[in-house]
Write a protein that binds this ligand. Structure first.
Ligand SMILES: [Zn+2]
Length: 312
């Protein structure tokens, strides 16, 4: 990382710029010290083009600083991880970022150090700072959407880990498998039966089709369950049982105070009562006081967490 350049007054953290670099859009915000959003914009993300991605990121930061008439710290949430060993991006589903020195390149172009975190860590940081997990010592943030990711935050600091994969539970196997769940569906990571293949939106949709129903989106399946459609109800019932087992295994390892759900499936209201009702038998404890809650900042948690990568 470069040192503080002319774009940033050393020691000044008056304005935090957060950027959420997604596969199809880039969102930028400027946030002041108490979390108030001063500026917000979404722009399309250049696809399959690393150089254009860099230019889009730099342009967004420059535009924010011009419009707000302040310089700021920059934190970026990415759908992947900067490898501690090599300094380049890995595990990104925006594959044109893989192997690129995004940290070094962006820091140099913006003439200041830039902090990065994966999108699940950003969700966890945002919610632990001033969201649904505010005040909690240990927060496990989960994204259940296109994929299934996770991030651990301890006292408002993300736990990164030696390999920068702490919290990445999505490619662990579904624990305590039942008949028909093993070896489980094939996963893009090369293994079978990963938690992601059951708990992601596409995983829920696959389970619904396999129960002799037509192909529907996860959102539509949830709506059908609300209307009492039996196959959708049974499908959500299986989903909740699987999520309960998968989260119980997390509780047994890090025992978080709060588990925050983000991503499209976090809008399914019944999860917050049904899952805690089911996880008890799998947690090695006489009682379970862990709270399961929905992300308070919704879709904005990723970009807010990126802004909070720079501390007070
Ligand atoms: Zn996998």
């Amino acid at each position: 990382m470069s040192s503080c350049g002319p774009g940033l007054i050393a020691g000044s953290v008056d304005m935090r710029i957060g950027i959420d670099l997604g596969g199809t859009k880039i969102e930028g915000i400027a946030m002041d010290d108490d979390g108030t959003v001063l500026w917000r914009r979404r722009v399309p993300a250049p696809r399959e083009d690393y150089e254009a991605t860099l230019v889009a990121l730099v342009t967004l930061v420059r535009t924010i600083e011009k419009d707000v008439a302040q310089s700021g710290t920059v934190g970026v949430g990415i759908p992947g991880t900067i490898s501690p060993a090599t300094g380049v991006v890995k595990n990104a589903n925006s594959t044109w970022l893989i192997g690129r020195s995004l940290d070094g390149d962006l820091s140099r172009m913006l003439e200041r150090p830039v902090r990065f975190a994966n999108d699940a860590n950003c969700l966890a940081i945002s919610e632990a700072t001033d969201g649904a997990g505010a005040g909690a010592e240990v927060v496990f943030g989960v994204i259940v959407g296109t994929g299934t990711g996770g991030g651990v935050v301890v006292r408002r600091q993300a736990l990164i880990g030696r390999n920068a994969v702490a919290g990445e539970w999505g490619h662990n196997p579904l624990p305590w498998p039942k008949a028909g769940e093993w070896p489980g569906p094939p996963c893009y990571c090369g293994r079978t039966g990963c938690i992601e293949t059951f708990l992601s939106g596409p995983g829920l949709a696959r389970d619904y089709v396999e129960s002799d129903a037509e192909r529907r989106s996860a959102e539509e399946i949830a709506h059908r369950a609300e209307r009492g459609e039996p196959r959708a109800l049974a499908c959500l019932d299986r989903y909740e049982d699987r999520m309960a087992r998968a989260l119980a295994s997390v509780i047994n390892i890090i025992d978080p105070d709060v588990i925050v759900l983000g991503g499209g499936l976090s809008n399914v209201e019944r999860l917050y009562t049904a899952v805690p009702r089911r996880w008890g038998p799998f947690v090695f404890s006489d009682r379970v006081d862990t709270r399961l809650v929905r992300a308070a900042h919704g879709d904005s948690s990723g970009v807010r967490g990126a802004a909070w990568l720079w501390p007070h």
